[in-house]
Design a protein. Structure first.
Length: 460
């Protein structure tokens, strides 16, 4: 048998297996797994003492999003997917955002065009901000049938949020056409009230942002959407669960049979509300919504991941530059917390953080790490077994990983377009060395291999 690539002697880890093997790749697909493969290949790699993992599947990323007012996220498909590759991720799902008042189909076409620069494979969530009759009755069924099998809605953020009546309408359409609805769940009225109150009291700094978005407001919104999902029998996925109260609501719904799944993100496992208490606007570097909570919440999230209540860890890569009038400073140098764009970069650090904080510190097993960062996201979003595992017939999306190497996070090695990383200098154990997408090497020895393009759209 002929191969284009053989990776020899690696410890191959999937969500439910762990064995030493040679991996043979032909035409972008894994075609052989054996204790010793005969013959040779144009590209051969010795993986002794290293892990070979399925490439990461990051199912919540904001890439080349159309500007919102004065705010522009900095990563396009080239830089975001280059950064993803540096961190061992080989598939992303990002958003095709409906601008209120416009057609979603024309937005999707525009995102397809932009995504031609992607170095890794990709799909889109349909982000609905204006569910008109035409969108619900004509566009949505067509777009779902074309393979866009997930929808994103917001319960907060003016300009993006849907009313409860609109939420129900989208859920009903998703049920009818078999799509998964991803939800940013926070109680908008509560946030609005608390924000006004804090600003009236002169509390404007980033450190007050977590007080405007309390854990109980997140839990309340989850309870509401879970009830809607239960009554309408719709599959719902809760984005960026921040802590114990929110996760407890999800578990309660799951226990009564609601088709509810959930993700968390590394930022909720590392930062606390106290990290926003920095001089000037520095706290904006760790400002994302829902906000980070407490150390007790970190440990609760790990427990909910081990129990399977939270089955996905995504990055929620939302890269606003810090020292930039279109980034965190879009509201000016002295902006109050409500005028600072939310979100942090994290597409390159997602897997390293989960490995270091999770596997190296004994909180999760290696198999659980692969399940959370690759297999379960691929399954949930209709990409498995093509993506999310190492098996005969799967795409050869592979990462060579050194589980022992300890290195600090250095922003310049993350290959994004940002001007900071919220994790700068944090020492992490576990480093991705080489990343292949469908057998094509796209990152090795700290450098991108090749240029933009090469990624393909994944209809689901
Ligand atoms: O703060 C966040 N998470 N920003 C990105 C947009 C979103 O809500 O997912
Ligand atoms: Zn969100
Ligand atoms: Zn997001």
């Amino acid at each position: 048998m002929e191969f284009d690539l053989i990776i020899r002697n690696g410890r191959v880890v999937t969500a439910d297996n762990d064995f030493t093997a040679d991996i043979g790749v032909r035409d972008g697909t894994v075609t052989a797994l054996a204790s010793s493969l005969p013959g040779s290949a144009p590209e051969e790699v010795d993986a002794k003492d290293l892990l070979v993992l399925p490439g990461g599947v990051d199912t919540h990323t904001h890439i080349d999003q159309s500007p919102e007012g004065n705010v522009r996220l900095c990563d396009d498909f080239d830089s975001a997917t280059r950064s993803a590759a540096a961190g061992g991720t080989t598939t992303v799902i990002c958003f095709a955002y409906q601008q209120p008042g416009t057609s979603l189909s024309s937005e999707v076409a525009a995102y397809h065009e932009r995504a031609k620069a992607a170095r890794i494979d990709y799909a889109f969530h349909l982000a609905i901000t204006d569910p008109t009759d035409d969108l619900i009755e004509r566009e949505l069924p067509e777009l779902i049938a074309a393979g866009h099998r997930s929808i994103k809605i917001f319960m907060t953020y003016s300009g993006s949020r849907l009313s409860d009546v609109q939420v129900l309408r989208v859920l009903a359409a998703a049920r009818e056409h078999d799509a998964l609805v991803c939800v940013h769940a926070e109680d908008d009225a509560l946030i609005d009230h608390l924000t006004r109150q804090l600003l009236t009291e002169g509390k404007r700094a980033p450190k007050y942002f977590p007080l405007s978005k309390p854990a109980l407001g997140e839990a309340e919104a989850i309870r509401r959407i879970a009830t809607y999902a239960e009554v309408l029998e719709t599959r719902v996925h809760i984005f960026h669960v921040s802590g114990a109260e929110a996760a407890a609501e999800i578990e309660r719904a799951q226990q009564r049979g609601v088709a509810l799944t959930a993700e968390t993100c590394p930022q909720y496992l590392v930062f606390t509300a106290a990290d926003l208490d920095r001089p000037g606007l520095e706290g904006a570097k760790v400002m994302f919504g829902p906000p980070p909570r407490s150390h007790a919440d970190h440990e609760a999230l790990w427990r909910y991941m081990r129990r399977g209540v939270i089955s996905v860890v995504s990055s929620d890569h939302a890269p606003a530059r810090f020292d930039d009038p279109h980034g965190k400073k879009a509201g000016g140098e002295d902006a109050s917390f409500d005028r600072i764009p939310n979100g942090v970069p994290g597409i390159a650090t997602r897997m390293r953080l989960l490995f270091s904080e999770g596997v190296s510190k004994g909180r999760i097993t290696l198999n659980e790490f692969v399940a959370l960062t690759s297999t379960q996201p691929a399954r949930l979003f209709g990409l498995h077994p093509r993506k999310g595992t190492i098996a005969i017939g799967s795409d050869a999306d592979l990462v060579l990983w050194d589980p022992k190497r300890e290195e600090p996070v250095v922003h310049s090695t993350l290959w994004d377009s940002n001007d900071y990383s919220p994790y700068e200098s944090m020492r992490l154990v576990g480093v991705p060395l080489t990343t292949w997408v469908r057998g094509r090497k796209i990152f090795t020895d700290g450098q991108p291999a090749g240029g933009p393009g090469g990624g393909i759209y994944l209809p689901r």
